[in-house]
Write a protein that binds this ligand. Structure first.
Ligand SMILES: Nc1ncnc2c1ncn2[C@@H]1O[C@H](COP(=O)(O)OP(=O)(O)OP(=O)(O)O)[C@@H](O)[C@H]1O
Length: 580
C-alpha cells in the first residue's frame, strides 16, 4: 500500500524503529551496559507507551481527522488556487509526545501544540507555539514502524517521519520530525501527499554517477562516502553508480566513454585534483559530443550534467567556494536538494590547442611549490604541502614574463553567455594590455577559491559566475615581503595592498616566458628582457604542467554547473600555515 522503510538502507531501520530504541542506541559508549533488570524495565516502559498510544489513537475522534475524500478535495482546490498556502490535508499527530494540529500545504508542514482545555472550560490566553518545516528542505518521507531486533519487514505502524535539511550558517545538517499516529489510513493520506509534493521537485537528482578517490589526502574518501553520504542518498531514494578510482586518469577515461544519459549528475569524492579531473572529463565529453575541435581556437559548450563535490582533500577550494564549508553532509544535502550553481571555468591553451579546463591556474611560486611537492611524494601528504612550501620559499625565484590581458568591464555581467563566448572566441582582435617584468607569482582564478588558509578567497574580484577571471600578479620583491603577502590570505588584512601586487578583473590572459638570466641579473628589476621561448611550470588545479612558450587562458561563463550555492566567504576557521 505504501512504502516500507525496510526496503531502504540500514540506517533507515533506525527510523523504522521506535524513538525509545533509537535513544537507547545513542547512549554514550562510556555508560555501563544495560543489565537484565533494566532491560525488563525498558520493555515494560515500551509496552506501557504502546498501550498509551493505542488509547490515544482511539481518543483521536474521526472529526479531528480529515477523511481521504475530504483531503483530496482540499488538494484539488489547492491545485487550482496554486498559492501554496491553502491546506492540502490537516490532522492530529503526536510530536515529541504532545498532541499537535498539523497542516500540510504545498510549501510547508506546520504544527501547533493542542492546548488541553482547563477544567473550568476557560481557554488559555497564551497563543499556542507554532513551528514548521519548508517542503523545499524536506528530502525524504518514510513510514515509521516499531520492529523487534532482526525483524526485516512489517512491524507496528507508529506514524511518518520527515527527513529535512536545517541550516546553521553555511552548514547544512539532516534532521527528522516524527509525526506519530497509529492510524494506517491517516498515515497513508499524509504519506501519499508528501510523496507527491516531493516528487514534484524536478531539479532534484534521482540517479548519480559517483567517483571516489581512495587515496585523497588522508585516504578517508571512501569512509566519508560510505558513512556520511551514501546513507543520505539512499534515504532520498537516489540511485548511485559508484566507481572507486584505481589510478590517475581513471575517472577521466570513464567520463569520456560511458553513457551519461541515465544520470542526473556526477559526484566526486576527493580533493581538488580529483574534482579537476572529473570536471575536465565532463567538459571534454561535452566538447566531443558537440564535435568541437579542441585542437583549435574553439567556443566550448557547457557540461551536460551538474557536478557534486564531496570534500575529502586537504584544501578543498572548489567545495568551499560553493558550500562555504568543508563538510561532506552539507555537500550531500546540496546535491540531494538539487541546489545548482553555474560557475565560470577557465580554458588553458597553448599553440592553439586546449591543454586543460580549470578553476585556478598558477605559475611561478604556485607551480614551483607543486613541482617540489611532486618530488616529495614519499613524505606523508599532511607534511608534504608544508615541506614543499618551505622548500619553494627557500628557492624562490622570479620568472621573466610578458603578461598580456584583456580587462573585463563590470557591464559584461549583463551580457548573455553566447555574446560573451563570441566576444572571447576572437581574442586576437581584442585590446590587450601588456606588461613585461619579473614575477614571483601569477594566479588566475575563475571562482573565488575559498579555503581555510584563504577564507576570503584567492582574489578580491572573482565571484562564481561573474563572467570574468581574477588575475593576481605578484612582481619581484624580497622574500620577506612575499611571505608577508602570503600570510595575509589567512588574516583579516588585505593581501593585495602591496605595491608589488597587481589585481585585475580579466577576460583573457596571455603569458609568455622570456629568456632565463643568471642569478645576478635576476636580482635587478631593471634588466632589459629579451623575449625567447622558455618553459614555465604551471599548476592547474593541482595538476603540474611544463609548457613551452606562450599560454592563453580564457574565461568561459557558466560552463559548468556545480551542486551548491553562492557563498561570500568560507566559514572554516582560518588556518595559518605554520611554515610561513
Ligand atoms: N587510485 C588512485 N591512485 C592514484 N591516484 C589517483 C587514484 N585515484 C585518483 N587519483 C588521482 O589523485 C590525484 C590527487 O587527488 P586528490 O586531489 O583527490 O587528493 P589530494 O591531492 O590528496 O587532495 P588535495 O588536492 O586537496 O591536496 C588526482 O589527480 C587523481 O586523478
Amino acid at each position: 500500500m505504501f512504502e516500507s522503510p525496510g526496503n531502504s538502507i540500514n540506517a533507515l531501520h533506525a527510523w523504522s524503529e521506535s524513538r525509545e530504541e533509537l535513544e537507547e542506541k545513542k547512549q554514550p559508549v562510556s555508560e555501563s551496559p544495560p543489565v537484565p533488570g533494566n532491560r525488563v524495565k525498558a520493555k515494560k516502559k515500551r509496552r506501557k507507551r504502546q498501550e498509551e498510544q493505542e488509547s490515544e489513537k482511539s481518543s483521536v475522534s474521526a472529526s479531528q481527522l480529515l477523511c481521504p475524500e475530504q483531503a483530496l478535495s482540499v488538494h484539488g482546490r489547492n491545485e487550482k488556487s496554486g498559492n501554496g498556502s491553502e491546506p492540502i490535508v490537516r490532522g492530529i499527530f503526536q510530536i515529541g509526545k504532545k498532541s499537535h494540529d498539523v497542516i500540510l500545504t504545498a510549501t510547508r508542514v506546520t504544527w501547533t501544540r493542542i492546548q488541553p482545555e482547563s477544567p473550568t472550560g476557560e481557554s488559555s490566553q497564551k497563543k499556542p507555539a507554532e513551528d514548521f518545516v519548508e517542503l523545499k528542505d524536506v528530502f525524504a518521507v518514510k513510514v515509521k514502524r516499531r520492529r523487534s531486533a532482526g525483524q526485516q519487514s512489517g512491524g507496528t505502524l507508529l506514524g511518518i517521519t520527515l527527513f529535512f535539511c536545517k541550516r546553521k550558517g553555511a552548514k547544512l545538517k539532516d534532521d527528522t520530525i516524527h509525526l506519530d499516529n497509529l492510524s494506517v489510513d491517516h498515515c497513508e493520506i499524509w504519506f501519499r501527499h508528501l510523496k507527491d509534493i516531493l516528487s514534484g521537485f524536478k531539479h532534484r537528482p534521482k540517479s548519480l554517477k559517483v567517483f571516489v578517490n581512495p587515496i585523497s589526502h588522508k585516504k578517508e574518501a571512501y569512509q566519508i562516502y560510505q558513512n556520511r553520504v551514501a546513507p543520505l542518498f539512499k534515504l532520498a531514494d537516489i540511485q548511485t553508480d559508484v566507481t572507486v578510482t584505481e589510478s590517475k586518469g581513471h575517472a577521466l577515461s570513464i567520463l569520456k566513454e560511458c553513457s551519461l544519459d541515465e544520470y542526473d549528475g556526477v559526484v566526486c569524492v576527493g580533493g581538488d585534483g580529483s574534482v579537476a579531473e572529473v570536471a575536465q572529463g565532463l567538459l571534454l565529453r561535452a566538447q566531443m559530443d558537440a564535435e568541437r575541435d579542441t585542437h583549435s581556437a574553439f567556443t566550448p559548450v557547457p557540461a551536460p550534467l551538474p557536478l557534486g563535490v564531496i570534500p575529502a582533500g586537504s584544501a578543498n577550494v572548489v567545495a568551499c567556494s560553493v558550500h562555504g564549508v568543508k563538510h561532506p553532509v552539507t555537500a550531500a544535502l546540496h546535491i540531494i536538494l538539487g541546489h545548482r550553481q553555474p560557475v565560470d571555468v577557465c580554458s588553458v591553451s597553448s599553440m592553439g590547442g586546449l591543454l586543460r579546463f580549470g578553476f585556478c591556474v598558477m605559475v611561478g611560486f604556485g607551480g614551483q611549490a607543486l613541482a617540489v611537492a611532486e618530488r616529495l611524494n614519499w613524505v606523508p601528504p599532511t607534511q608534504r604541502h608544508e615541506l614543499a612550501l618551505i622548500t619553494a620559499l627557500a628557492q624562490l625565484r622570479p620568472e621573466d614574463c610578458e603578461l598580456s590581458f584583456i580587462p573585463s568591464s563590470t557591464g559584461e555581467s549583463d551580457h548573455t553567455q553566447n555574446e560573451l563566448e563570441e566576444d572571447l572566441s576572437d581574442v586576437e582582435d581584442a585590446e590587450w594590455q601588456v606588461r613585461r617584468g619579473l614575477y614571483l607569482s601569477m594566479t588566475i582564478t575563475s571562482i573565488p577559491c575559498l579555503c581555510s588558509v584563504a577564507p576570503k578567497g584567492l582574489s578580491p574580484f572573482t565571484r562564481l559566475n561573474n563572467n570574468s577571471m581574477a588575475l593576481t600578479a605578484v612582481a619581484n620583491t624580497s622574500r620577506s615581503e612575499f611571505i608577508k603577502h602570503l600570510k595575509r590570505y589567512s588574516s583579516s588584512n588585505n593581501p593585495f595592498s602591496f605595491s608589488f601586487v597587481e589585481v585585475q578583473r580579466v577576460r583573457a590572459v596571455k603569458l609568455r616566458p622570456c629568456s632565463h638570466r643568471d642569478d645576478e641579473q635576476r636580482d635587478s628589476k631593471h634588466t632589459p628582457i629579451i623575449p625567447s621561448e622558455g618553459t614555465l611550470t604551471w599548476n592547474i588545479d593541482g595538476e603540474l604542467l611544463e609548457v613551452q612558450g606562450e599560454v592563453l587562458i580564457r574565461v568561459h561563463p557558466k560552463l559548468l554547473t556545480l551542486f551548491g550555492t553562492d557563498v561570500e566567504e568560507a566559514e572554516e576557521p582560518p588556518v595559518n600555515c605554520s611554515c610561513i
